[in-house]
Design a protein around this ligand. Structure first.
Ligand code: PLP
Length: 289
């Protein structure tokens, strides 16, 4: 991914206008002692931008704050980060792009927090719903109550430490699949390394609870809004692998892709509902912010 636009963000600035500094997209940004680079110690968000409009900005800012809180980082100033997102989005002249913004614990040598926001493309540029995908179940190795028993494991925070998530994605590819769905060590469905699960079982759309140590998905939340307006039944509830194997449809939701239909799980076919996939996609694209 090549950045098209890059801003340095001063997380401590009091005036949002002076917090941003536009730099060349390939400008060096971090010192060799920045804790983002040396420890993966920071938090981030990625927001999709459709026709210049960044989507679900407030929900992403909520999650950014939540992640910072879980890492004992200073609370991010929403006005500063909102302005950073808007500044990048305004300049992304592609039908579909994304803004990624990052808060690092900063330079270990000076103690100063660091931040930046970048715009990139292309995501899929054509206005068509995400392609079908094949998923595998992988054990995450944590119980579903990990967030309560061991908050230092930072489950449920969107941290910069994504090496495990990337390794899981590679394992999926080794198994001939494109996606992972993590399972807790006590047997509950969690989330993907970059996505939230929605299963439809007996006509009801179900996603696992965030109390299981997973991220609150902004795309899943807006997909549920779409379904509610169509008088569909939605629920937040524990799911097991057996539930997914008998689901009448399954999606993996993420900002950059929308709700991607799963057509197989561990090699077993899962029915695909193209019509609902299209309707969720249309709703997500029509969001005004
Ligand atoms: N869960 C994890 C671990 C993620 O990294 C992501 C996003 O990349 C999601 C869920 C989906 O979140 P959203 O729909 O807000 O992009």
């Amino acid at each position: 991914m090549k950045p098209l636009i890059l801003f340095r963000v001063d997380p401590r600035a009091v005036d949002p206008a002076s917090a941003l500094q536009r730099v060349e997209p390939d400008a060096p940004l971090l010192t060799a002692t920045d804790l983002a680079a040396t420890r993966g110690d920071g938090v981030f968000e990625t927001i999709v931008v459709v026709d210049g409009i960044p989507q679900a900005v407030e929900a992403h800012l909520d999650r950014f704050e939540r992640s910072a809180r879980l890492l004992d980082l200073p609370a991010p100033d929403r006005a500063v980060w909102r302005r950073a997102v808007e500044a990048v989005a305004a300049e992304l002249r592609v039908p579909r792009g994304a803004v990624k913004y990052v808060l690092s614990r900063g330079d270990e040598a000076t103690g100063a927090l660091t931040g930046w926001a970048l715009g990139f493309a292309p995501l899929r540029q054509r206005a068509e719903p995400p392609a079908e995908t094949d998923a595998v179940l992988l054990d995450r190795g944590y119980r579903s109550d990990v967030a309560k028993t061991s908050p230092w494991l930072l489950q449920g925070a969107k941290t910069l430490s994504y090496a495990v998530n990337m390794a899981a994605n590679r394992e999926a590819r080794r198994r001939g699949a494109g996606e992972v769905i993590f399972v807790s060590s006590d047997g509950y469905i969690l989330e993907g390394p970059n996505s939230t699960v929605i299963a439809r079982i007996d006509g009801e759309y179900i996603t696992p609870p965030v109390e299981f140590g997973i991220l609150p998905g902004t795309t899943q939340a807006d997909a549920f809004d779409a379904l509610r307006t169509e008088d569909e039944r939605v629920a937040v509830r524990a799911l097991t692998p057996a539930d997914l194997f008998t689901a009448d449809a399954l999606w993996l939701c993420s900002s950059t892709r929308g709700a991607a239909p799963v057509r197989s799980l561990d090699g077993r076919p899962v029915p695909v509902d193209h019509d609902v996939t299209r309707r969720i996609f249309a709703h997500l694209n029509a969001r005004k912010a």
